[in-house]
Design a protein around this ligand. Structure first.
Ligand code: NDP
Length: 272
């Protein structure tokens, strides 16, 4: 029987997930469908239950339902618990629902795989303290950087995130100007500044020789953050398209037990 999966969000018309999962399924010849569901505001749990009752095996969850998905899950992975957000649901045979968050691991896999920069023993600056930054923290710490700094426009939010992960590693937090004079090997822009064409006001000299500037935003060419990085000593920049594909690949792995090759799928999206 054909296995059914879906992404649920509101709005949902913009989603690339069906295209990604169709490409992954083709790689393995898996018999599955993947549809996009417009989740009703106030009716998320019912929509998930209906999909499951109709034979669904798992779902991706996007804005604005990631916290409702966290509450709906019977069990959470450590990543999802720390992120306080769920982007992947797996409907288990015993009737329970597992909640996972693959965004951060997708980011880390993209940086270390496609981009080719190892995070171990590196000085990492994470900009932003919203949902994406929250999801990235544990996967970043698992790679054992020598230093991890969270900097945010609202420093108190960065500090709250630091406190949340303090047990997992040595993390510092503050505002953008608080780390002037420090250099970083990897700077990750997990703010939404690039969505509105804005730059993040980093101190001059933040980029170490050979450093990487990675913007989670994609589809906008070189963002002001990426251009500023190149002008200020970064050796390479990358956008978040690879992360998008890699987080989808992690969900596919959770459901299907095989890990797709992301490279041809990233190429397909770029060509489109
Ligand atoms: P949130 O709304 O949860 O958080 C936004 C963050 O950006 C906050 O830290 C906020 O700071 C900061 N911010 C907003 N505007 C500015 C600005 N002008 N200057 C500096 N900081 C700013 O968003 P998410 O965390 O969910 O998403 C962040 C970005 O990551 C989005 O652009 C999203 O598209 C992208 N993303 C990409 C993914 C991918 O697969 N490539 C996956 C998930 C997200 P403050 O706390 O002060 O308000």
């Amino acid at each position: 029987m054909t296995d059914r999966y879906a992404v649920i969000g509101n709005p949902i018309a913009q989603t690339k997930s069906p295209k990604l999962h169709a490409a992954f399924a083709r790689q393995f010849g898996h018999d599955m469908t993947y549809e996009a569901i417009l989740g009703p505001i106030g009716g998320f749990a019912e929509a998930v239950r209906a999909f499951r009752a109709a034979g669904g095996k798992g779902m991706n969850v996007t804005v604005p339902f990631k916290v409702e998905a966290l509450e709906l899950a019977d069990r959470l992975t450590e990543r999802a618990r720390l992120a306080q957000a769920v982007n992947t649901l797996k409907f288990d045979e015993d009737g329970s629902i597992l909640g996972e968050n693959t965004d951060g691991v997708g980011l880390v896999r993209d940086i270390q795989g496609r981009v080719g920069v190892a995070l171990r023993a590196k000085r990492v600056l994470l900009l932003g303290a919203g949902g994406a930054a929250r999801g990235a923290l544990l996967p970043l710490l698992e790679e054992q950087p020598s230093r991890l700094v969270i900097a945010n426009r609202t420093p108190a939010k960065a500090e709250a995130l630091r406190a949340r992960v303090a047990a997992y590693g040595n993390v510092a937090a503050g505002g953008f100007a608080d780390f002037a004079g420090e250099q970083f090997d990897v700077v990750i822009n997990a703010t939404s500044a690039s969505l509105s064409g804005e730059d993040v006001p980093l101190p001059v000299g933040s980029y170490a020789a050979g450093s990487l500037a990675y913007d989670l935003v994609y589809g906008k060419g070189n963002t002001p953050f990426m251009s500023h990085a190149l002008e200020n000593g970064a050796a390479q920049v990358a956008d978040g398209l690879g992360m998008l594909v890699a987080q989808a690949a992690e969900a596919f792995y959770l459901w299907r037990g095989v890990r797709p090759d992301v490279t041809p799928v990233i190429d397909m999206l770029r060509a489109a």
